[in-house]
Design a protein around this ligand. Structure first.
Ligand SMILES: [Zn+2]
Length: 397
């Protein structure tokens, strides 16, 4: 599912080409809505009449809609177009080690209905209530839902739809997509959390990110995962297993064991769990081990020195791993996602200082940016698994 670079694509002429032009027009509406037919014709260099015919098709298929007149630039005021938002077309299921969130969204990725519950370590006891909610959402939306996207915190095979190994729960070979598709009668797409969020950044992220052809998303959560966008698409490697940088060795004695059991992995130094362990150790209250990462971030933002130190120390190790990725991949940008992005003002100095130190002279560095996907990036990721497919359909490899 390659994402088009609208800056370099020339409007196409010829047969199949109508489809490509359709995708170009749809993507312009998506990225620049509200936009007029004349503006689309100007930026794509397509004929006015071609644009009008495509807009008519896309409107009758329910993908875009008119929203009244815009500013006049002299003549008649142009009618503006935007993505159709009348109904829910996608369901996203974000399964994390702690919470499972399920939501419907419209074509533009705006969440319409949302529900969540605690994730159970038993796959059946998590997937059964997921399927119940999916059935309710499908029923309530009377046939408008087109597909379900599922984000999982572990190793998955998107081509078969199987969860291969979810370390937190020791799930092995669970046919998640098949179970869901059979139960609700809709196509179902799965991917791991970091890849899903990387896809969401590519399609719905801020311009510096979604216009980059090569970037890496680093998800800091219970573990640390990476999603690699290479030439405008998710780089997967063999059986979707690429991006397991959480297990690269960055030290010797981490504050917590990695999900793989070792004490030298990047994840063991840079995850939310490692920050909590640092904090609990510093305040000398082992009884506070149940404190959440959100609480540590809140305390740091509220000015508590110990919480601040725990985050800064975690950011230092996060920076070591990111430096290794920059040296190896030379991406245009690295995006940091997860709750830790909320404390960006506190961690950015330590992060950039570590990276500046370790990038060798003469080698290019990359921009380090916090994710802007909001409160629940894995949910946005799960929805993107469906929505990005729809926008990219004509270019599927
Ligand atoms: Zn590990």
């Amino acid at each position: 599912m390659r994402r088009l670079d609208l800056r370099t694509v020339q409007a196409a002429r010829g047969n199949t080409i109508r489809d490509i032009n359709r995708q170009i027009v749809l993507n312009y509406v998506r990225e620049r809505e509200p936009i007029s037919r004349a503006e689309i014709a100007r930026v794509t260099e397509l004929q006015r009449s071609t644009v009008s015919a495509i807009v008519e098709d896309l409107t009758s298929e329910g993908l875009i809609e008119e929203i009244g007149a815009g500013e006049s630039t002299g003549g008649r005021r142009p009618t503006l177009l935007r993505l159709r938002t009348a109904e829910a077309i996608a369901i996203g299921v974000s399964i994390t080690p702690t919470r499972t969130t399920i939501a419907t969204s419209d074509l533009a990725g705006r969440v319409i209905d949302q529900t969540e519950f605690l994730t159970d370590s038993d796959p059946e006891r998590t997937l059964t209530p997921v399927i119940e909610v999916l059935k309710q959402f499908c029923e309530a939306n009377k046939g408008s839902i087109e597909a379900v996207g599922v984000s999982l915190p572990g190793l998955v095979d998107p081509s078969t739809g199987n969860a291969l190994y979810i370390p937190y729960f020791k799930w092995r070979d669970v046919p998640v997509a098949e179970l869901i598709s059979k139960a609700v009668g809709l196509p179902s797409v799965i991917d791991n959390d970091a890849n899903s969020i990387a896809l969401a950044e590519l399609w719905f992220g801020r311009p510096e990110v979604n216009h980059a052809r090569d970037f890496i998303l680093v998800l800091v959560a219970e573990g640390v995962g990476t999603g690699i966008i290479f030439d405008g698409q998710v780089y997967r490697g063999e059986r979707g297993a690429a991006g397991e940088f959480g297990h690269m060795i960055v030290g010797t004695k981490a504050p917590v064991p990695c999900s793989c059991g070792n004490l030298d992995c990047w994840e063991a130094f840079s995850s939310e769990r490692s920050a909590i362990a640092r904090y609990v150790q510093l305040i000398g209250q082992p009884a506070r081990q149940d404190i959440t990462f959100r609480e540590v971030v809140d305390r740091a933002l509220g000015g508590e020195a110990e919480a601040n130190w725990a985050l800064v120390e975690t950011a230092r190790f996060l920076g070591i791993g990111i430096s290794n990725l920059i040296v190896g991949f030379s991406p245009e940008a690295v995006v940091v996602g997860g709750e830790i992005a909320r404390a960006w003002s506190l961690i950015e100095p330590a992060l950039t200082e570590t990276i500046r130190h370790s990038i060798r002279r003469g080698l290019p560095s990359a921009r380090i940016l916090p994710s802007t996907l909001g409160e629940n990036p894995t949910l946005r990721g799960a929805l993107s698994l469906v929505l990005a497919r729809k926008f990219a359909a004509a270019f599927a490899a």
